[in-house]
Design a protein around this ligand. Structure first.
Ligand code: ATP
Ligand code: MG
Length: 489
């Protein structure tokens, strides 16, 4: 289990970017993309249209990150874009003709080309009203942040940065091209995007943007749950989720989209007898990220479970007469609240089941003491975790934020021991798919009864027996079944 301070160095956001590095990185990236940029640029140019690489790929090129999702913006209208792609792209499809976006693929590149926009939102409606625009500068002014409002015209490779995106990138700063209040009024989702990009890029958010987010937070209500969910998911999966989450909490946005998180900031009782659950939660999230190699890389379910694992605490807190504080059943209550919140945010049923199960089981290990669990208890742990077992290992290990090194080490060893026992038992039996030693047909044969309620009861009896004692032969199981049947009435 990592100590609370370990890994902090890796978690420190980059803060700023050296512009000489950015310049070199962009040049290298444009050369790599030359086959696309030159060919596509020439086609549009010949037809009398402007075309420019824009947004994410330009920003990421400056950060030395390359990817094959290329966004372009153009003076051409959607029908014209399609016509110009025909005969060049490997495939072309309509992403949102009404919004001016055509998608295509060329070799390894996913390409999205969007007509210049000058978009304005009706503040009371969820539906954007799209107006096509006529200049690159105008299009860039409608974008969310200056670092996303840079473009490279093709085929000329002229760099266009009317809002000082390069400087902001150099300072690691998120600013809106124009007044943040106007930008967020046009599209309140941009407030969530500010938190998401802060978390992805490790950037600071301009104080004017934070102020606008704070005063306009409740405007997020007009945005659909699906769009909020998608930004939240990207934030949680980012390298610096603490940055984005703190910003959501600080501005009051979290109180609207994920109220269970700020609710963890419990007013401490006068003796400071229990730790700040909110701070603990962010640390558990970071520690679970440190253990993600076990899961094969960034994992939303694991991270979200870390974030939600203690949300049952505020509701279950009781001050006892002897001066202690308890949170009885906060695992069960937390799992229920997790379901509710994830349903409201329109997460998939599978994600909801997985996260809720992890929240519900996050305390189970603590009954393990120094390893006195019976084989039966170990089997039940594995069976109840089901396909979430690897994530439960991560969550339980991460859920130790004590500053007492010796205590942390002891917990780590105890968990190592549990994992070893699981491995040993697994070698002998298929624990995750435990079934009784006899099936329904055999039960009916042995007891000579027809299908019905009694078969189900017998099945459950044999399952309990199987969990308690491990696998048994047919004869032993049959004898136990008959003894249970005889003793039954
Ligand atoms: P990623 O695709 O990795 O999530 P990205 O920067 O490409 O990151 P997208 O959400 O794909 O972000 O958006 C592409 C570009 O479109 C952004 O860089 C930004 O310029 C612009 N954009 C997207 N959504 C908005 C919005 N709601 N308001 C203003 N501009 C936006
Ligand atoms: Mg994108």
């Amino acid at each position: 289990m990592p100590s609370p301070v370990s890994g902090e160095a890796d978690r420190r956001p980059p803060g700023s970017v050296r512009l000489v590095d950015a310049q070199r990185d962009v040049a290298a990236e444009l050369d790599r993309l030359a086959p696309v940029l030159d060919a596509l640029g020439a086609r549009f140019d010949t037809a009398g249209h402007e075309l420019a690489l824009v947004g994410g790929p330009v920003r990421d090129a400056m950060l030395g990150r390359r990817h094959n999702d290329l966004d372009f913006t153009t003076s051409a209208r959607p029908d014209e874009i399609e016509r110009l792609l025909a005969g060049w792209a490997d495939a072309t499809w309509d992403i949102g003709r009404a919004f001016g976006t055509i998608g295509s693929r060329k070799g390894p590149f996913q390409i999205e080309i969007t007509t210049y926009r000058s978009e304005s939102y009706d503040p009371t409606s969820r539906k954007p009203a799209v107006d096509f625009g006529d200049s690159l500068e105008g299009d860039l002014g409608r974008r969310d942040f200056t670092v996303n409002a840079m473009a490279v015209r093709v085929p000329s490779r002229d760099f266009v940065d009317p809002y000082g995106g390069v400087l902001d990138l150099g300072h690691g700063l998120l600013r809106t091209p124009n007044r943040p209040e106007d930008s967020f009024s046009d599209d309140p989702l941009r407030m969530m995007r500010a938190a998401r990009f802060a978390a992805q890029l490790g950037f600071t958010v301009d104080p004017a943007v934070v102020a606008a987010m704070t005063s306009m937070a409740e405007r997020i209500a007009i945005i659909s749950a699906e769009r909020v969910r998608d930004e939240l998911t990207k934030l949680v999966l980012s390298p610096y989720p603490r940055l984005g989450l703190s910003l959501l909490v600080e501005t009051g946005l979290a109180a609207l989209v994920l109220p269970e998180l700020p609710a963890l900031i419990l007013e401490k009782d006068e003796h400071h007898r229990h730790k700040d659950v909110y701070e603990h939660t962010l640390t558990v999230l970071e520690q679970s990220i440190d253990l993600e190699d076990r899961l094969g890389g960034p994992d939303f379910v694991s991270r979200f479970a870390a974030l939600m694992h203690d949300i049952g605490k505020p509701r279950t807190r009781r001050f006892m007469g002897d001066g202690t504080v308890t949170f009885h059943h906060h695992d069960v209550v937390g799992a229920k609240l997790t379901r509710k919140r994830m349903q409201a945010l329109k997460f998939s049923g599978d994600d909801i089941d997985a996260v809720a199960r992890l929240v519900e089981l996050h305390l189970r290990f603590h009954g393990y003491g120094s390893g006195q669990w019976t084989d039966s208890a170990v089997r039940r742990y594995v069976r109840d975790a089901g396909d979430q077992l690897a994530r439960l290992h991560v969550l339980t290990r991460a859920d130790c934020t004590t500053r007492n090194q010796r205590k942390a080490e002891r917990l780590r060893q105890t968990y190592d021991d549990l994992e070893e026992r699981i491995a040993r038992l697994s070698e002998q039996e298929e624990m995750a798919s435990i079934r009784p030693d006899l099936d329904g047909t055999q039960i009916m044969e042995i007891l000579d009864i027809p299908p019905g309620r009694e078969v189900g009861e017998a099945y459950r009896f044999l399952l309990e027996l199987r969990l308690d004692d491990g696998p048994a032969s047919y004869d032993v199981a049959k004898a136990a079944l008959l003894a249970w049947w005889a003793a039954r009435d």
